[in-house]
Design a protein around this ligand. Sequence first.
Ligand code: LMR
Length: 393
Amino acid sequence: MFDSLRPQPADKILQLIGQFRADPREGKIDLGVGVYKDATGNTPVMRAVKAAERQLWESETTKTYTGLAGEPAFNEALSRLVLGPAIAAERIASVATPGGTGAVRQGFELIRMASPGARVWVSDPTWPNHLSILNYLGMTVAPYRYFDGDTRAVDFAAMMADLAGAKAGDVVLLHGCCHNPTGANLTLPQWAEVADLLERTGAVPMVDIAYQGFGDGLEADAAGVRLIAGRLPEVLVAASCSKNFGIYRERTGALIALSDPSRREVTQGTLAFLNRQNFSFPPDHGARLVTMILTDPALRAEWETELEEVRLSMLALRETLARELRDLSGSDRFGFIAQHRGMFSRLGASPEQVERLKAEHGIYMVGDSRLNIAGLNARTVPILARAILATGV
Ligand code: LMR
């Protein structure tokens, strides 16, 4: 039977991990996969996570199954972290999922069940795995223009023009903050215009928020999704704890579905059903740590402090890189790096230039020239800046 299997396309982001590891050069620089690294190149276990793990080790008395939807306390705490206090609990259905990707997958499956012919509008570009999962599920993808390759900012007029074609029964996928792969984000007034458009067209928004706290801060990064949640009757949110809690391998996330209170119970039941079909119970360890951190004032304060340190360190790297490039090139054409937010910026290099950066300088980034800012440090910023200019970007 397995004779019929054909090689699957390699994931362009994950492929880089192996290539980087296999590269024997000492000065190689990894700006590929979206993982936070500190100045020493380490991805630390956050202080609050370590403290919560110690407490959990002492207090946990069973490893029996949790609920199909995960622990209610986790769903409640994460929903509030993302949505804030204003959304009525009667509208919120939520399940824990294996990471943010699990939430995205469950969200797409819910859409396919609820609206079999739905087109899912995705930003061009978007995280490649959005497209991969949609294709795998046989769903229809409708791209909308998003990024202006010249200014490296959001092309909002083009985005709105394309999204005017969305219809009731369609879904519009939005990045809650820290757009992956571009780093270019909507302003709050632009979110309000998107909400107007969604109201007019009847399309349902799905917000993928994987980097809350990495852009302008925990509250500011959620302002767009909160605005959408307050305005639209039906909203899907895929939330990830991988990055902002630094618990990548624990696979911790949630799919949240907002509906009319009269539909909440059946929506919640459908989400739990989908969990059961795909993996049964969601992973619990990371979810439990997140719940402890979000509900214990001391742990939460420690976590917020460290998250803010992480955010500010990435912001400082952005500013240093933009300054270095300005000084070396004598132009402001890389100023967008300081304007972008989150882990990523799309540099605007051609695939050939990206290959040269790898071959000639040992600098690894995704082929579309997405670079992970957190992969840099004070020593490597000038090296990258010189390589970028030497490659003719
Ligand atoms: C990324 O975009 O690099 C991260 O979200 C990791 C992944 O799973 O692709």
